[in-house]
Design a protein around this ligand. Structure first.
Ligand SMILES: *Cc1c(COP(=O)(O)O)cnc(C)c1O
Length: 345
């Protein structure tokens, strides 16, 4: 499989680290029945490039190359009020000398505050050109098209980066990650038995699945939904994986049973804190000094911890957690992650 024929910009030098987590493994095992927890490894995609990086960085390498090939001068994208994807897209635009505009969906009513901290603060510091706020359930594509039409009236050319950067082109970023991992497993002599990955707009999970199928990597991928239960999430992942395989000309029909995800840990609602997230964020911070975030990776790691306690992994199995980034939004939830706020269990 040859990715080099696809236009790509580079926002990270080299590979992100593949690290063993001895202290976290010990702490996790101490809380599992019979001490039978897995050995935990982390793929540090929180160390990708772009203010700071995360999984959106990999997708944007391919999406922005496409935007430039089409002669665009402005990136237009959408997300929630604490969107890492919007912040990363804005950062990529800056690097490329482009402008950037957002459509923000208030998924939880009245959560968009102009002076909010976290990513929202970074939107302003980095100098987003314009933000349109729309209510939950709006047609985001139509709202972004309005922005592109406005730009056209000014003689400019906007390029729509889909929500989360998740389409076939964006998914190539996680095909690249699959190949990077394959190389690291070989170079570092690491054997991984299962991989835990976040599953939201599904470019990460679906792109990685396509990369695994295309490269014949036979490690089960376990998605943890950040906003949906499997009945709603799995079809999105399947569709994304298939679209990526098709773009790559792989001639593969993605087997439906290769898509596995778990719900539960995202509740009560996307981006709303819960106690398991707080435990996960504190546990990794206090055992390995690695920051998770309240909206995504805290809940995804809570899924890994929960599955370990349910006996989902064997004692000597090595499980790899894909750290997809997100730390800036910690600052929008400081009281919650310190355990100083009321929340659901
Ligand atoms: C967007 C995001 C995810 C979810 O990835 P998708 O590709 O949208 O499924 C996970 N973690 C973080 C930190 C994110 O910003």
């Amino acid at each position: 499989m040859d990715l080099s024929s696809y236009p790509r910009r580079r926002y990270t030098q080299g590979f992100t680290p593949l690290e063993h987590m001895p202290n976290f493994t010990k702490a996790l095992r101490a809380t599992c029945p019979d001490g039978a927890g897995p050995n935990v490894w982390v793929k540090r995609d929180d160390m990708l490039g772009l203010t700071p990086g995360g999984n959106k960085t990999r997708k944007l390498e391919f999406l922005v190359a496409d935007a430039l090939a089409q002669g665009a001068d402005t990136l237009v994208t959408c997300g929630a009020p604490q969107s890492n994807h919007c912040r990363a897209t804005l950062s990529a635009a800056i690097k490329e000398g482009m402008k950037c505009r957002f459509v923000i969906e208030e998924r939880v009513p009245n959560t968009y505050k102009l002076d909010a901290s976290g990513n929202n603060f970074l939107f302003r510091l980095l100098g987003v050109e314009a933000i349109t706020v729309v209510p939950a359930g709006s047609n985001m594509l139509a709202a972004m098209q309005v922005v592109v039409d406005d730009l056209a009236k000014l003689g400019r050319k906007g390029y729509i980066v889909p929500g989360g950067g998740s389409n076939a082109i964006g998914g190539l970023g996680y095909v690249a990650c699959a190949q990077e991992l394959q190389q690291q497993f070989f170079d570092q002599g690491v054997r991984i038995h299962k991989i835990v990955v976040g599953s939201g707009s599904s470019g990460t999970h679906g792109g990685m699945l396509a990369g695994f199928l295309g490269n014949r990597i036979n490690i089960p991928l376990i998605g943890i939904g950040v906003s949906r239960d499997p009945v709603d999430q799995n079809p999105l992942v399947l569709k994304e994986a298939q679209a990526v395989c098709d773009l790559l000309g792989l001639n593969i029909t993605v087997p439906a049973d290769s898509v596995v995800s778990h719900g539960n840990w995202w509740r009560p609602k996307y981006s709303v804190p819960n106690a398991a997230m707080v435990e996960a964020v504190q546990m990794l911070a206090r055992t390995e000094a690695i920051l998770l975030d309240p909206v995504y990776t805290g809940k995804i790691m809570a899924g890994l911890i929960g599955l370990a306690r349910q006996g989902h992994f064997k004692r000597d199995e090595s499980v790899l957690f894909i750290h997809t980034g997100g730390a800036p939004s910690l600052h929008a939830y400081e009281a919650e992650v310190l355990g100083l706020a009321e929340m659901s269990h």
